[in-house]
Ligand binder design. Structure first.
Ligand SMILES: *[C@@H]1O[C@H](CO)[C@@H](O)[C@H](O)[C@H]1NC(C)=O
Ligand SMILES: *[C@@H]1O[C@H](CO)[C@@H](O)[C@H](O)[C@H]1NC(C)=O
Ligand SMILES: *[C@@H]1O[C@H](CO)[C@@H](O)[C@H](O)[C@H]1NC(C)=O
Ligand SMILES: *[C@@H]1O[C@H](CO)[C@@H](O)[C@H](O)[C@H]1NC(C)=O
Ligand SMILES: *[C@@H]1O[C@H](CO)[C@@H](O)[C@H](O)[C@H]1NC(C)=O
Ligand SMILES: *[C@@H]1O[C@H](CO)[C@@H](O)[C@H](O)[C@H]1NC(C)=O
Ligand SMILES: *[C@@H]1O[C@H](CO)[C@@H](O)[C@H](O)[C@H]1NC(C)=O
Ligand SMILES: *[C@@H]1O[C@H](CO)[C@@H](O)[C@H](O)[C@H]1NC(C)=O
Ligand SMILES: *[C@@H]1O[C@H](CO)[C@@H](O)[C@H](O)[C@H]1NC(C)=O
Length: 665
């Protein structure tokens, strides 16, 4: 079993990756050499690495020398074997007189051996400009076995796009402003963007504290990427295959994954942790994915209609109370076209070859033998459970059914104000994101455009119009193929990210012909096929970013539209803590109170438990659980935070010295 640990030079951050194979004595240690002055620049460097037992750096277990040069952007990966499973190790790097920060790791026990417990964090969607990565810092306090990044570790945009300059918390000047400032295209661009992100203090603390299991989503390449193109790749950006290769090369240089001849794009892998868990890392972006048609340039034959604006065109000037047969007919016609496309058998996310490997390894994990485990966990970038367009009217009805008529009346009034066109009506902004704090709970007169958007939203929810095709919602037949492949799993759990908000619930295998029909009275076919827990974003803005109804109403509206969705929370940024045992999966939704500064408070917002079942004949269940305390920052961990100058890197393969130290926080 292989792990990767990672630090930087001065030495930039340490990182370790985790088991990328079944030889359980291995770890990948990672760092990057970045000179701080012109005197330290060189064409290549000899880097000494040392692994210590325990964490006090007194007992050397192994040491060696690695070389690095411009060819690999001065990054270093060392594949260390011959270590024991279980005990704590520390490691660090040295170049000349410069010593890196200290990283720690422990190795999981091999397949077949009893493993009582695993503790890990999940993360997704960190955008530099939107704020500080405090969510990563929280994870560094937990003494984790590892952490998982489900993708969107960075974003490819230039400085003026997502976030816009007025939205940005970290904008200018260099070096803490976006680097490079333009949309990234070349190998050098992708390297520099990795280098910038690795400067974040919270990310460095987490990277040093425990190994990482990394996968990618779209933004490690470009928005809404699929096998041979992407929404945000225009002809003037150059040949797509070259950009895809640049992105993957930089990712392999900067991420602590063990590189093999075949995993340049196929980063899917199966990792086993004793007899407790099998982790399936999925590749659902660049090896088999077809074009969902989401936001394609107009005129592209694969394009699907821009659902939001088409619906706004149909209903935008008519209040919901006056929608007649004609409006209904047009909406149902659109719905039919969308559902036909997204249930098409030819739309693939994972592909047959990957599904065959998943079937084989899931089956082995679910039968007596060396590879049997209690938990089978599928790590993908995307939400897999059914998540429809939020049904705002359904939210009002739901709280009314629960007996809370005061809230129902208030939400109905908010909806009426937005949609009916009553003169003088107002709405309230609920966006809690840093750039919108000034607007939080501020009232505004309802504008024509707000009214149009709100009417479209009512229609999307009422007629179950799916607008988010760049997710499993656009690949329903492939989702069923995936569920068939893992049908023998004892305790299947899917983790997703991507949406920037928190979800959880049950995934159902569905009949694509019947499921989406408005006439269907029972929306669910059979018992749940798998459980799912989805982590919100580290910083990227989600459904909350432009909210004009209370955030609790948005949560209810998603639950009202989506039968398997038990958990919905669009209020916070953060990570997700998971503690697995032989009998239970305990999940905590860990939030931070701000991303606008590096001073933050963390808290557990919700907790759930899923008892392990002994065979697939019992139904899978998620129950409310209790939050544990969020640990205090550990003094040992604080010592891991790098000096300011060591955080600065350029990362574009030329290894110019780091710019003058910036002040942060
Ligand atoms: C990853 O998926 C490919 C198909 O895309 C498959 O051929 C390969 O065996 C898988 N790799 C691993 C390590 O499971
Ligand atoms: C799948 O088939 C539909 C209907 O024929 C078509 O519109 C779509 O472009 C096809 N998708 C792929 C990936 O071939
Ligand atoms: C609805 O009315 C519009 C304008 O009156 C017309 O162009 C359209 O064909 C009608 N649509 C349907 C589905 O009846
Ligand atoms: C267990 O997994 C390993 C690694 O994939 C594989 O080589 C071996 O054949 C598997 N054993 C069984 C019984 O499935
Ligand atoms: C609806 O608009 C009225 C003004 O017409 C305002 O007093 C009221 O607070 C608004 N209600 C909500 C829930 O925003
Ligand atoms: C506050 O809301 C108004 C109206 O929606 C919007 O135009 C403005 O950009 C918002 N201000 C900020 C700082 O987001
Ligand atoms: C599940 O187990 C059954 C019974 O042993 C077997 O026939 C089937 O092939 C397995 N399915 C998969 C997807 O591995
Ligand atoms: C759905 O119900 C409507 C009205 O009850 C009916 O006209 C229509 O034929 C039904 N559609 C299907 C696919 O059963
Ligand atoms: C690399 O970055 C440095 C510092 O930002 C810059 O001076 C240099 O021109 C860059 N080189 C390339 C090839 O982009």
């Amino acid at each position: 079993m292989l792990w990767v640990a990672g630090l930087a030079l001065g030495l930039q951050a340490v990182l370790a990756e985790i088991p990328v194979s079944f030889d359980h004595d291995g770890v990948i240690l990672w760092t990057r050499v970045t000179p701080r002055t012109v005197n330290e620049t060189a064409a290549s460097y000899e880097v000494t690495w040392t692994v210590y037992s325990g964490d006090d750096l007194s007992t050397v277990v192994q040491t060696g020398v690695a070389n690095t040069s411009a060819e690999r952007d001065f990054t270093v990966k060392v594949d260390v074997s011959g270590l024991e499973s279980g005990p704590q190790y520390a490691f660090r790097f040295q170049v000349a007189h410069i010593v890196s920060d200290v990283g720690t790791f422990r190795l999981p026990v091999p397949p077949g051996q009893r493993l009582e417990r695993l503790k890990f964090f999940l993360y997704s969607c960190a955008n530099w400009g939107f704020g500080y990565f405090n969510a990563y810092d929280v994870g560094s306090r937990y003494n984790l076995d590892f952490w998982v990044h489900l993708g969107d570790y960075f974003y490819e945009y230039g400085v003026d796009n997502y976030p816009s300059p007025s939205q940005a918390v970290r904008y200018e000047p260099a070096p803490l402003g976006l680097q490079p400032a333009h949309e990234i295209l070349s190998l050098s661009d992708y390297r520099r963007r990795h280098a910038l992100y690795r400067m974040d203090r919270g990310l460095q603390a987490l990277s040093a504290s425990a190994p990482l299991i990394a996968l990618w989503d779209d933004h490690e390449f470009v928005n809404n990427v699929y096998t041979d193109g992407a929404e945000n790749h225009d002809p003037e950006d150059g040949p797509f295959p070259q950009r895809k290769m640049n992105a993957a090369q930089a990712w392999h240089e900067w991420m602590p994954i063990r590189d093999t001849p075949s995993n340049f794009y196929a980063i899917n892998r199966t990792l086993q942790f004793g007899d407790l868990a099998t982790m399936f890392v999925l590749e659902d972006r660049v090896t088999a994915r077809t074009n969902s048609g989401q936001n394609e340039p107009e005129g592209n034959p694969n394009d699907i209609p821009d659902v939001d604006s088409v619906v706004a065109g149909i209903v935008g000037s008519v209040p919901p109370s006056e929608w007649g047969q004609n409006v209904t007919d047009q909406l149902l016609e659109l719905k039919n076209a969308l559902d036909t496309r997204r249930t098409g058998a030819n739309e693939t996310m994972l592909g047959a070859a990957q599904e065959a490997v998943l079937a084989r390894d899931t089956d082995a994990a679910s039968r007596p033998g060396l590879n049997q485990t209690v938990w089978q966990q599928y790590l993908g970038g995307l939400v897999m459970l059914d998540r429809g367009s939020p049904d705002l009217e359904g939210a009002v009805a739901a709280v009314r059914r629960q007996g809370d008529s005061a809230t129902a009346d208030l939400w109905q009034e908010a909806l009426d104000n937005l949609t009916t066109g009553t003169p003088g009506a107002t709405y309230t902004s609920y966006s809690p994101t840093p750039y919108n704090l000034g607007n939080l709970t501020k009232s505004f007169p309802v504008s024509t455009s707000a009214q149009k958007t709100a009417r479209a939203n009512v229609a999307l929810g009422r007629y179950k119009l799916q607008y988010y095709m760049d997710s499993w919602m656009g690949y329903i037949a492939d989702r069923n193929r995936f569920l068939a492949a893992i049908a023998n799993a004892t305790n299947p759990v899917v983790y997703g990210g991507d949406t920037h908000n928190y979800w959880g619930g049950y995934i159902y295998s569905v009949d694509p012909q019947g499921y989406f029909g408005l006439n269907k009275t029972t929306p669910i076919d059979g018992p749940p096929a798998a459980l799912e827990f989805d982590v919100g974003s580290v910083t990227s803005t989600g459904s909350e970013g432009s909210a004009v109804v209370p955030l609790e109403m948005i949560n209810e509206a998603f639950k009202a539209s989506s039968p398997g969705l038990l958990i919905a929370d669009v209020r916070f940024k953060g990570g997700m803590y998971v503690e697995l045992t032989q009998t239970n999966q305990h999940v905590e939704y860990i939030y931070v109170d701000t991303i606008a500064t590096e001073n933050y408070e963390a808290f557990c917002g919700m907790a759930y438990d899923a008892p392990a079942r002994s065979d697939p004949s019992t139904e899978l269940v998620i129950k409310p659980g209790s939050c544990g305390p969020v640990p205090e920052a550990r003094p040992y961990q604080q010592a891991l935070v790098l000096s300011e100058e060591a955080r600065i890197v350029s990362g574009n393969g030329t290894n110019t010295p780091a710019p003058a130290a910036a002040t942060a926080g």
